[in-house]
Design a protein around this ligand. Structure first.
Ligand code: AMP
Ligand code: FE
Ligand code: FE
Ligand code: ZN
Length: 291
């Protein structure tokens, strides 16, 4: 039986742990997805592969299929673009040095945001460190947790709607490659690039189609279409594009533990699409469960 003829079962290919801005350890993320009925999972922490080994082991213990993944930060002008990447080589030199650069810059950026907030509120960098696992990719969610601990915000969502919002004077951005560079890096590392939540609400938030077509020429594999942050109109446009170019389409939860209302399995990816991702990935191997 070819590897693309396996039955993978319900698949959630977008999950976060404390290695970035989720609130649970990688093994607990895998357990939560399994408990929700998933039989195929991917850990996709922001800009890091640090959770792979623990997640793979947890998935293997539960006889789940596991795809190593990541959500790579990119930026096109003012647009933040999140590029999901599956089955790439975690030791690829160009990719690992870019990841180190992004993670490093995220720390300085978070310190600047906290210094800005500290002008008006009682918040220090130590408050943020207290909310951040050692070595984790630091992001605004950790600052949000510190704001909650200080009683300045009720929860992450309130923090993001308030002091962490880019329209506020506290906001700072971090270094991120443009999406063309992101796709090139992932493809060169043997990975499968898929744009995460490509069509969120808000005017012009979706990349212009000519840019998407440039990315397809560079090896972009598809879109995460079933995601709670994509608008219905955006999903329809993405489906049409995907049909026209015969692309991979996925659906996923973007679970962040207690950090977001998203629950594992709220959207899923079909067996056919899981098989296509596995077929295309050549930088690292999936872990196959018993199903
Ligand atoms: P950053 O990359 O540091 O700018 O932070 C963006 C991250 O914050 C994303 O990965 C989201 O997971 C998270 N995020 C964005 N908006 C919210 C929200 N309203 N509630 C909780 N988490 C959020
Ligand atoms: Fe996140
Ligand atoms: Fe994202
Ligand atoms: Zn995500």
């Amino acid at each position: 039986m070819g590897k693309n003829r396996r039955f993978h079962g319900p698949a959630d290919l977008h999950l976060h742990s404390v290695r970035s801005d989720g609130t649970e350890e990688p093994r607990d993320v895998i357990r939560a997805a399994h408990d929700a009925g998933m039989r195929t999972v991917a850990l996709t922490d922001h800009d890091t592969t640090a959770g792979w080994d623990e997640a793979a082991e947890a998935a293997s213990e539960r006889a789940l299929t596991f795809l190593p993944g990541m959500e790579l930060s990119a930026r096109e002008g003012w647009r933040s673009v999140h590029m999901l990447a599956y089955l790439f080589d975690p030791l690829d030199a160009a990719l690992t040095s870019e990841l180190a650069r992004i993670r490093g810059d995220r720390i300085g950026r978070a310190e600047r945001i906290v210094a800005n907030i500290g002008r008006d509120y009682d918040l220090t960098w130590d408050d943020v460190l207290a909310q951040t696992s050692a070595g984790a990719t630091v992001g605004r969610p950790h600052i949000a947790d510190a704001l909650v601990a200080r009683g300045i915000a009720a929860d992450r969502a309130a923090a993001f709607a308030g002091v962490l919002h880019p329209r506020e004077s506290y906001y700072e951005s971090h270094y991120a490659p443009d999406p063309r560079a992101a796709v090139r890096l992932i493809v060169a590392a043997g990975g499968v690039p898929i744009i995460a939540h490509p069509a969120p609400a808000g005017r012009d938030r979706m990349l212009p189609v000519p840019v998407i077509e440039e990315l397809l020429d560079l090896g972009l594999a598809g879109f995460e279409i079933e995601h709670r942050e994509n608008t219905e109109a955006g999903k329809a446009r993405l489906r049409a594009l995907a049909r026209r170019h015969d692309l991979i389409v996925t659906g996923s939860s973007d679970y962040h533990g207690a950090g977001k209302p998203n629950v594992p399995g709220e959207n899923t990816t079909s067996d056919e699409m899981v098989a296509r991702i596995i077929e295309r990935g050549r930088g690292s191997a999936p872990v196959f469960g018993a199903n």
